[in-house]
Ligand binder design. Structure first.
Ligand code: G6P
Length: 369
């Protein structure tokens, strides 16, 4: 087993550090910016369906559901098709309205999650086209779909998903770009820019992984906290949910992810000098708004751990801890902003003596309801 861990103390850490590679592997053959190549076999087969879709419904559970939320922002913005993201367990039991012009995308690392499989079977029976995004080749969900795209993250052993999430987001980004360009909603120049930028992401993830030492220091200070709040807006909102989920899963600290602006409708009541608040406040279209959310936390003496874009000076002036990540397009930011959150949850859990790779009560794949 120690050989399989490749010198890392846990599979989770190994998998976090594999992300530059797994993201690259998930784009390999599908996109080469230099030669303007952007292609996905599974999409090409159903290109007309995608281009003319009334609606895209994404069904998933857990971390895969968070990847689905990122895709909602991406597909609506770049391809202008309405997207709904559904918990598979809720969708399957509520007599959903689905027809032949709908595309259902099922996202699953394992390809075996019972609720996700049942949700797609239901959608299929109502005539929708089913597209799968799975990591495990030949898995039940992969076999049940009409078409799909595999993520090439390689085997993920740690129960808390890390590299599968970034691989899913990579594939979903490519899908949004492809449909957007086919539908003419994504201009060629913008598409080119995104392609060039996406190609730089593996190196930028490599940069973000260098934050490890700094994050160990921050983890030391907060390992005994009993609650955490994670805030983000726009593309970073699903990342806030994912950061909170990672912490809960492996450290057993209660954590909530929230859209930063919703904080005033509840969680703000919890903020005092004991409360660590992780704010993902990178330079994007909601930056100015999130600056004022940080001020609100500061005014209530919450401890601010801010994830910011390199070179930012406004948020660092207010935050207790500043974690700088490389600049990128807001469409691609989740691929970078999630990295420090994965590391934070990992180190806190290790310091608390938790079984990081196999947290209590959780299973890698949930094949029962
Ligand atoms: C379990 C795992 C999670 C995962 C979820 C969905 O809860 O512990 O890490 O996100 O199932 O799994 P799937 O394989 O469908 O992505």
């Amino acid at each position: 087993e120690s050989i399989e861990k490749g010198g890392y103390e846990h599979f989770m850490l190994k998998e976090i550090f594999e992300q530059p590679r797994s993201i690259l592997d998930s784009m390999r053959g599908r996109m080469i910016a230099e030669s303007n190549h952007l292609m996905m076999a599974g999409i090409r087969e159903f290109e007309n369906k995608f281009v003319n879709a009334n609606r895209i419904i994404i069904v998933a559970c857990g971390t895969s559901w968070h990847a689905g939320l990122v895709a909602e922002y991406l597909i609506e913005d770049l391809a202008r098709i309405p997207v709904e993201v559904e918990y598979a367990s809720e969708f399957r039991y509520r007599n959903p309205i689905i027809n032949e012009k709908d595309i259902v995308i099922a996202i699953s690392q394992s390809g075996e999650t019972a609720d996700t499989l049942a949700a797609l079977e239901l959608a299929k029976s109502k005539g929708a086209t089913i597209f799968g995004i799975c990591n495990v080749v030949g898995s039940s969900i992969a076999r049940a779909t009409d078409a799909g795209a595999y993520t090439h993250a390689g085997p993920e052993i740690g129960v808390a998903s890390t590299k599968a999430f970034t691989a899913q987001v990579t594939v979903l980004t490519l899908i949004a770009m492809i449909i957007g360009s086919k539908r003419g909603t994504l201009e060629t120049t913008k598409l080119r820019e995104l392609m060039v930028e996406l190609e730089t992401i593996p190196n930028k993830v490599e940069e973000a992984l260098k934050l490890n030492e700094q994050i160990i220091g921050i983890s030391e200070q907060y390992k005994d906290a009993t609650n955490f709040l994670y805030l983000g807006r726009g593309y970073n909102f699903p990342v806030a949910l994912e950061g909170a989920l990672k912490l809960k899963e492996i450290s057993y600290i209660h954590a909530e992810g929230y859209p930063a602006a919703e904080m005033k409708h509840g969680p703000i009541a919890l903020i005092d000098e004991q409360m660590p608040v992780v704010v993902i406040a990178t330079k994007d279209s909601s930056y100015e708004k999130i600056v004022s959310n940080v001020q609100e936390v500061k005014a209530r003496k919450g401890k601010i751990i801010a994830i910011v874009t390199e070179g930012d000076t406004t948020i660092p002036a207010m935050a207790d801890h500043v974690i700088e990540i490389p600049e990128t397009s807001e469409h691609l930011m989740p691929l970078l902003s999630v990295i420090p959150l994965q590391l934070l949850s990992y180190h806190i859990a290790v310091m608390r003596g938790c079984n990081v790779d196999q947290p209590r009560n959780l299973a890698k794949s949930v094949t029962v309801e």
